[in-house]
Design a protein around this ligand. Sequence first.
Ligand SMILES: [Mn+2]
Length: 194
Amino acid sequence: MRGFEYAWRVRPMPGEKVAGDVCCITGCEVRLQVTLVDVLGHGREAAELAGQVLDWLKARPLTEPACLLREMHRQFRGSRGMVAASALLDEEGLTCGAVGNIFVRIAGRHARQHVSRDGVIGYIVAEPRQARHPFTEGDLLIMHSDGLSSHFGDEALAGMDERSCEEVVDLLMRQYAKETDDASCAVVRRQACI
Ligand SMILES: [Mn+2]
């Protein structure tokens, strides 16, 4: 049986109790959708909007990322705005879309970075840039907000094969989360065939 192993963390900016970053993971053994959202600003007001976004995401069926981000823009138009990335994983690979300053990368055999489209969802949005990437057993999908430094190279991810997704996400949060913003990170791996 195949499936996905995943883990995610959200940590409010130090001094705040709540965060404006949210992560929503939905799906099943063969299709998984991972969406990471960073509402502009931080603190209680950002967290309130982030909570609304999370409720909206949870209630949605699996959706092509570009379509999801366009619908998110329509739904939250006039709000303070947010940046977001979404990846839809299936048995052959993953489809990804991202708007604004948010990071999606694949580590492993199919290492690459997904290029986000400039914009702010709910405020100014360009057509989300959607791309299909290969993603197979042993690859690691990493999505994170700009509350983590994006400057870690592939060498920082070497040896992650030995670690669980829980361990990888903890390690990345510990090493790269900034003190000046909410921080969030999600990690997904395809489980081996049993
Ligand atoms: Mn941020």
